[in-house]
Design a binder for this molecule. Sequence first.
Ligand SMILES: Cc1ncc(C[n+]2csc(CCOP(=O)(O)OP(=O)(O)O)c2C)c(N)n1
Ligand SMILES: [Mg+2]
Length: 549
Amino acid sequence: MKGDPMNRDNSKTEELPAAGHQVIAAAEKFGVRHLFTLSGAHIFPLYDGCEKRPNAPELVDTRSEQTAGFAAEATARLTRTPGFVAATAGPGVTNLLTPVTSAFFNGAPVVAIGGRSPDFRWGLGALQELDQPPLFASVTKSANTAHDSAHVGRLTEEAFSTALSPHQGPTFLDIPMDVLFTPAPQSPEQLAQITLPTADLSQLDAALDLIRKAERPIFIAGGDIWQNRAEEIFVSFIEAVRIPVIVNGMARGILAPSNPLLVTPARSHALKNADLVIVAGTPLDFRLAYGDFGDAHVIFITDDPQASLQVKATRITGDLPELINTLSGQLTVPVGADTWRMDLAERSAQIRAGNHELMNTHGELIHPAEIYGALIPRLTESTITIGDGGDFVSFAGKFIEPDRPGRWLDPGPFGALGTAMGYTLAAGKAFPGDPLVVLLGDGAAGFSLMDVDSLVRHNVPATIVIGNNAGWGLERHPMRFLYGYDVLADLEPSRYDQVVSALGGAGEVITDVTRLGPALDRAMNSGVPYVVNVMTDPEVAYPRTTTGI
Ligand SMILES: Cc1ncc(C[n+]2csc(CCOP(=O)(O)OP(=O)(O)O)c2C)c(N)n1
Ligand SMILES: [Mg+2]
């Protein structure tokens, strides 16, 4: 039948490869090294392109599209090159919705390619026929369909350049099966351009004035500083002006914990008492009190002209490295009071000492903090730490201070559970040999643990520490607080270590904290995905100050 890709006459050698090859050619131009996917006939030409083209991305397959999508997101955040994922039409594509949304919230440049039922049958009810771009329109920078095989290469390139143009984020392109199988020419050599945001410096002078006059300034450095490669210029700026810094997301590690200007532990005191809060590279959302810091002035430095528009702030908009460079050129001597700097540094040191004590106090049941007491001395500069869970991961955020930026993957403000195995797979593919430590809630484990299978197949070892409080801790305790009881918060104290062993990894259960250190060493030396399943006290709740509401 004319147009039916399954009934093609393959006996003649075609001069041009299928349009699917042009998708791969476009990805190559943007330096993509991995295509995360789960097989489906609608997207076979992409796989054929990867198999036949000498410089094509490596195919990395998963056990659910969600894991593939999270792997693409993590690739973008860790390597600052675009993440690339493809899913087959219909349910494959809808399974991408959560990770693509996560990438959107985290400003991660991801290109998601969807299979789509063929155009020549459109409207007749072919298998998995669904108009998919509208589903993605609100969580991507662009969501399109390629209806003409001759334009597939160009449209894919545009999907990449749009994703990479600040403010970065995901794009979606679906390609009908008949279009994807049709031979198509390669797109022109010239690469689609990345466009930088137009700078709005109208409030720059006001901002400089505020900074020069501030007594108690604090700088909040967000993940976009890392994502946009502004970390070096940021550090030299901070060293010159000596403004204390709080970090979030991928910017954690931008200053080493030994640097007295890193005052994240004293965050709440700093935000309560600052007279100037400078925020760069992260929105002023629930994590930052919606930009309300009492009487303090707020300066907001962003590459997203639409971000946090309701917040009253002195705004500077443009390309982040350029903006910080501009500030750096104008401000070359320390600002703010030395007493403020010293106060925050001392408070941070005290809080760290208190944390250290908590992490090394042993009770009858294991407190999650004790896990970090054993784990933290075993983290190295090159460790990539991945958190997926509720309270257990909040403790990680409190206790772990990375030495280097770009090595800490948390879910960010979308807060999706289920990221763990996708993020781990991406980290292992991007940085083979670097130690991977996954901090996993027992509840979160249920979303992606089957993809240990993918870690095993793709030879990605990881130390997976499960904080097993036999339940949804971050639901159990708020519900008790609101209702005086809890429901739907209990899970079995399951042997996730045995699950992972059955999938080709290994693991053990820990009920006695003195055995934890050696277990972590065994995990780190095992060369496989290894679960250290730590039974923790279900009554411990993370002392939370923000609710997200
Ligand atoms: C996909 C998804 N579903 C539900 C939630 C709501 N949620 C947030 S934290 C949490 C509990 C997590 O439990 P666990 O992973 O065991 O960590 P714990 O809080 O027990 O340490 C739940 C259900 C969510 N954030 N994401
Ligand atoms: Mg739990």
